[in-house]
Design a protein around this ligand. Structure first.
Ligand SMILES: [Mg+2]
Length: 184
């Protein structure tokens, strides 16, 4: 079976921008490419799990989301980072959705399609819904990064973070994961 790291996109891999919809708004957070590469080299499958309610709200289209993703992937490809799959929940918060976080559904989908052992996998994000998604899926740890909304979440969610690992950014999250993981 395979182990995986599931990453939120906005505020975790790239700078948080309200309803980001254009490639030129994408700013990859410092150290992200190298951190993802180190996880990949240690044998982790990489996935992105992202809520994009701006689609459901009519602010932008799924095509815009894909254009942003392609741009981000081409930047990260310079460091030879390769995501197995990107899961997007485009629905508005009040609409029915199969995978909108905190639903763990996309992690179950990855488990089934890529033979992922969730109990040896991790979820990284900047909001409580990201952590909850990981917990509901039964990951080894959910990790809160202080980038994006993370620092705000840390202040607002005291008492709900006892099971979470809280670190400054994705690079620190990768370090924490790799401590104790053999590197190929
Ligand atoms: Mg986020």
């Amino acid at each position: 079976m395979n182990k995986a790291v599931f990453c939120d996109r906005d505020g975790t891999l790239i700078e948080e921008r309200d309803y980001l919809s254009r490639p030129e708004q994408v700013k990859i957070l410092a150290g992200t490419g190298r951190a993802l590469r180190s996880l990949q080299d240690a044998g982790f499958f990489l996935f992105i799990v992202s809520n994009q309610s701006g689609v459901g709200r009519g602010y932008f289209t799924m095509e815009d989301v894909e254009r942003v993703n392609r741009h981000m992937l081409s930047e990260l490809a310079r460091e030879k980072v390769d995501f197995k799959k990107i899961y997007i929940a485009p629905e508005a918060p009040e609409s029915p959705s199969r995978g909108r976080k905190p639903s763990p559904q996309f992690l179950f989908d990855a488990r089934d399609e890529f033979n992922v052992d969730l109990s040896h996998s991790y979820m990284i994000g900047d909001k409580l819904i990201d952590l909850e998604c990981g917990w509901k899926a039964g990951v080894k740890s959910s990790i809160l990064v202080r980038t994006g909304y993370g620092a705000e979440c840390e202040r607002a969610s005291q008492g709900k973070l006892s099971q979470a690992i809280v670190v400054d950014d994705l690079a620190a999250a990768a370090e924490r994961i790799l401590r104790g993981e053999p590197v190929r």
